[in-house]
Design a protein around this ligand. Structure first.
Ligand SMILES: Nc1ncnc2c1ncn2[C@@H]1O[C@H](COP(=O)(O)OP(=O)(O)O)[C@@H](O)[C@H]1O
Ligand SMILES: [Mg+2]
Length: 306
């Protein structure tokens, strides 16, 4: 599957630049994760590429079909769960999935069979006959995902499908997505960086409508200054090194971010002093902060500059 944009831009109300000159080209199956703060342009990107919204300028393509000029053929290839989408409360889960499938061209029988299968995979089989209004928030969200996944559309857009879900429900959805990603391209926006790190085969960072970077987690990590983190569990640990960033977590716990050379250079000292420690690669959260700067720190600096 291929997703491509050239100079894609969207300006709302002639002044709000929600997307600015975005050019990307991915030829892949798996999960393409889009991260960014609120207002970064994630939903705008999803809506344009899923033919729901016209760009102000630039082009977007799904499998080489233009999302504006060839919207009809793009729509046959894609399935979408918009942000905030919820099932109709008066339909049962099975009716929800099967009516969607019939609308996509499956026969009544096929739609029912596939619908049941999808609900089983999501652990919703016991809820088949209940009205959707009786489902929990997590179950409703799973149902929306089940609906598009069951369609066998090769390109699936999920706009923040896990926002607000409890940890367990999120993990269940992650498992489903990992299983379903093999022969398709799943475009997943999220503001849980942990989720993007676990699921994203490719990760795009957007900020204020602009592309910050795009790549696999290893590519992104290789571009930041502090790709390693040393976690030291000792009250006696003190450090005065440049080129590292020290974050005291608690009295007994300190995190030190730095390059491989700097971090491993500290290890002999820790071993000699019998301090407990681990060395890990920086998480996507830390990478994201290094790319964009910690917003709190940014605000503080702004205040200092006054
Ligand atoms: N329909 C709209 N009309 C006007 N402005 C909008 C509309 N949708 C989004 N925006 C603005 O565009 C920017 C990007 O929004 P959005 O794409 O929803 O970002 P995200 O999904 O990353 O939170 C924000 O500043 C938002 O306020
Ligand atoms: Mg959004």
């Amino acid at each position: 599957m291929r997703i491509r944009t050239t100079g894609l831009s969207k300006t709302y109300d002639r002044k709000n630049k929600a997307l600015e000159d975005l050019s990307i080209d991915l030829n892949m199956n798996g999960i393409f994760s889009i991260i960014g703060r609120n207002g970064a342009g994630k939903t705008t990107f999803v809506r344009i590429l899923s033919t729901e919204l016209l760009p102000t300028s630039g082009k977007g393509y799904i499998n080489d079909a233009d999302v504006v000029e060839q919207a009809e053929s793009v729509r046959r290839e894609i399935a979408v769960v918009p942000q905030e989408a919820r099932p109709l409360p008066w339909l049962t889960p099975l009716q929800t999935v099967s009516s969607y499938l019939m609308w996509r061209g499956y026969s009544y029988r096929e739609a029912n069979e596939k619908g049941k299968e999808a609900l089983r995979e999501l652990g919703l089989e016991g809820k088949e006959g209940e009205k959707s209004r009786k489902l929990s928030g997590g179950q409703k969200r799973k149902l929306m995902v089940a609906t598009v996944i069951s369609s066998e559309a090769p390109v699936v857009f999920l706009d923040e499908p896990t926002t607000g879900l409890d940890y367990l429900s999120r993990k269940e959805l992650w498992q489903l997505l990992s299983k379903m990603k093999r022969d398709r391209l799943i475009i997943l926006t999220t503001h849980y960086l942990e989720e993007a790190e676990i699921l994203g085969d490719q990760i795009m960072i957007l900020d204020k409508g602009k592309l910050v970077d795009i790549g696999g987690i290893e590519d992104l990590r290789s571009k930041v200054k502090l790709p390693y983190v040393l976690k030291v569990y000792s009250e006696n640990f003190k450090i005065s090194e440049d080129e590292v960033q020290v974050h005291p977590v608690s009295e007994k716990e300190t995190f030190v971010y730095g390059s491989a050379a700097k971090i491993y250079g500290l290890v002999p000292y820790l071993v000699t002093n019998k301090m407990k420690f681990t060395v890990e690669e920086a998480s996507l959260t830390s990478i994201f902060e290094q790319y964009l700067g910690n917003e709190e720190e940014e605000k503080e600096n702004e205040e200092k500059n006054w």
